[in-house]
Design a protein around this ligand. Structure first.
Ligand SMILES: [Mn+2]
Length: 332
């Protein structure tokens, strides 16, 4: 992969640009995609942002979301946009398989592909890009990209809201160790440009349906298992429970983090039943690398302290399998 600066000549004239991100997009995925789209439009490009599937309700307010297409819902139109594009940007993922429905189309696309991402171990499929696992978020990297293009003054309040959303959600509201001084300097710059950070925080975190709050209570009271010897916790969620609480896309976001607020818990796992497979989410504090853990045992990957995976097996077997592996490690 060549440095992203080598792609700058391609952006000198107006281009048709297709941007996409990972399946089940979160705040950083949508923030980086929409923030980049708004910026590239200001530079005269025609930009189509495409999400693999629907956007979770708590992110439906984001600037630029009206122009967003869902590949799952409008695959023909989205495929056409991809065919028509001169350039492809991929943000917040580093393996085509993470786009699920778009994987094959990206594989077959012959246009130059540009990556902006902070996950570990990128696949060797991009022509140009930035892959920096030390970065807090892809939104921080989109900010860096705009600055590399010498366009800091083009960042308006809409772009600032998009980028702030991703940095805020990926850093756990600026508390994870990856929150560097540079991150705070970036946010200060966004504030100078008119960002209303409280508004963004309210829209993302304080706009839950009442049922979702009850769901969190249920998970903590009924479903949280602690393993003090391993400084670990486990929560599981079946399809039946998801229906009981009428959970929508994105409603399980952040649940895995909750046990990390308990003293001495440094490793948290959430197992979700989905279709004929189970999804694993892992979070850790300190030097336990859940990215390798997910890669080795759970067909997944991600970041050093936040990762995920999936296996084709029933939920009860997944729980037994996880406990077996847990007994072989000691995270702290
Ligand atoms: Mn991210």
């Amino acid at each position: 992969m060549r440095p992203i600066q080598d792609a700058f000549p391609l952006l000198q004239t107006p281009k048709k640009i297709f941007i996409t991100t990972h399946h089940k997009p979160d705040g950083d995925a949508l923030g980086s995609m929409l923030g980049l789209a708004l910026y590239l439009r200001k530079k005269g490009h025609t930009v189509t942002p495409v999400s693999p599937n629907e956007v979770p309700g708590f992110l439906a307010w984001m600037p630029g979301i009206d122009s967003l297409m869902s590949w799952e819902a409008e695959s023909k139109k989205a495929q056409q946009a991809l065919n028509d594009a001169d350039l492809i940007f991929c943000v917040d993922f580093n393996n085509f398989s993470r786009t699920k429905f778009i994987e094959q189309a990206l594989d077959e696309a012959s246009q130059p592909k540009i990556l902006i991402d902070h996950h570990l171990v990128p696949a060797p499929v991009w022509d140009y890009g930035m892959s920096i696992p030390e970065k807090s978020s892809t939104c921080e990297m989109v900010y860096d990209f705009i600055n590399l293009c010498n366009d800091n003054e083009l960042i308006d309040t809409e772009i600032a809201e998009c980028l702030y959303t991703g940095v805020m959600t990926d850093t756990g509201s600026f508390r994870f160790p990856i929150t560097t001084a540079t991150v705070h300097e970036m946010i200060a710059d966004l504030k100078h440009k008119g960002l209303d950070h409280s508004k963004v925080h309210d829209l993302v975190y304080d706009s839950w349906p009442a049922m979702r709050m009850r769901f969190v209570g249920y998970m903590l009271l009924e479903k949280m298992e602690l393993f003090p010897d391993y400084n670990a916790s486990l929560m599981t969620l079946s399809r039946k429970e998801m229906m009981r609480f009428d959970l929508q896309a994105g409603d399980t976001e952040g649940i895995v983090n909750l046990p990390m607020s308990i003293a001495n818990i440094q490793f948290a796992t959430l197992i979700l039943e989905r279709g004929d497979e189970v999804k694993f989410s892992f979070r850790s504090k300190g030097n336990f690398d859940v990215s390798s853990f997910a890669r080795e045992h759970f067909n997944g990957g991600g970041h050093f302290n936040a990762s995920g995976g999936s296996l084709k097996m029933p939920l009860n077997e997944a729980v037994a399998y996880f406990k077996e592996i847990l007994s072989d490690i000691h995270p702290s």
